[in-house]
Design a protein around this ligand. Structure first.
Ligand SMILES: [Zn+2]
Length: 270
């Protein structure tokens, strides 16, 4: 993953996706925006208690730095589901200028229409961006522990296969900044849910030095889920950047006790 500074903002890009000139993608950092207090500074989330006008200005600044129009950003109203929306031209711009127009109950977006930025918002949850360079299909996924255990990454791949004839062996994936295995503590409820959902949690739920606590490796969980769909390991890049360790660079819900902003991850066919 590489960091690019643009107009005072920090934009992060995956090395593997950057090789494809027919797409654009980004993950925003928290520098260079207008928000104050717990949302400082580039909060892109309307729904977290920040001032709506300030969030609008932040998004406009981000769109300008990315050389797109704000109305190209397209957002779901994320509910930690495994629901994927197919984005056609009628859905372009949903959720871009207000929260209310976000696509309801949607945590993943898949499209092959150019000039629509598929966007997900995060603070510790895992952003997953995907591109099939053969069938020209893009996907953006929001996967926290619930979405990961509901296998939203797998559902996104299957949507790409069944709707747009993608072959998993062709798909290129970036797993972005989020709460890493250095920090992401969970308790028995998540461990039990993981065992119920995944069966084998080896390499995913790990021992912790404190009794009753475990480490949930969200990165490896999604890596294994995507590999088991047939995506070659070499096609999957994990940023390795932990949002909780780097809460000055990315928003971290855990670090800031739930009151914080949101970064955005987006991918678009040109
Ligand atoms: Zn960490």
């Amino acid at each position: 993953m590489e960091k690019i500074s643009k107009e005072g903002l920090e934009i992060f890009q995956f090395s593997n996706l950057s090789k494809f000139k027919e797409i654009n993608h980004f993950i925003s950092g928290r520098a260079g925006g207008f928000s104050k207090g717990p949302f400082k500074t580039l909060n892109t989330g309307f729904h977290v208690g920040d001032n709506d006008w300030t969030v609008f200005q932040n998004r406009k600044k981000l769109a300008h730095a990315l050389k797109v129009n704000l109305e190209q950003f397209t957002f779901g109203n994320q509910t930690h589901s495994s629901n994927i929306a197919i984005i056609d031209s009628t859905k372009k711009g949903k959720g871009s200028t207000d929260f209310e127009s976000s696509i309801p109950n949607t945590d993943g977006l898949v499209s092959k229409i150019p000039n629509i930025y598929l966007c997900v918002q995060l603070a510790d949850c895992v952003p997953i961006l995907m591109y099939d360079p053969v069938m020209h299909v893009v996907a953006a996924v929001h996967a926290g522990w619930k979405g990961t255990l509901r296998k939203i990454a797998e559902v996104a791949v299957k949507t790409m296969m069944h709707t747009f004839d993608s072959t998993p062996a062709d798909i290129i994936v970036g797993i972005g900044p989020s709460n890493g295995p250095c920090c992401y503590e969970v308790e028995d409820d998540v461990k039990t849910e993981a065992e119920r959902s995944l069966g084998n949690t080896s390499g995913i739920i790990k021992e912790h030095s404190n009794p009753g606590k475990y480490i949930f490796d969200q990165w490896n969980a999604n890596f294994l889920q995507l590999r088991d769909c047939g995506i070659p390991e070499k096609n999957i890049e994990i940023s390795g950047l932990c949002s909780q360790c780097h809460s000055d660079t990315f928003f971290s819900s855990r670090k800031d006790n739930g009151l914080t902003g949101r970064i955005t991850a987006g991918i678009m066919l040109k």
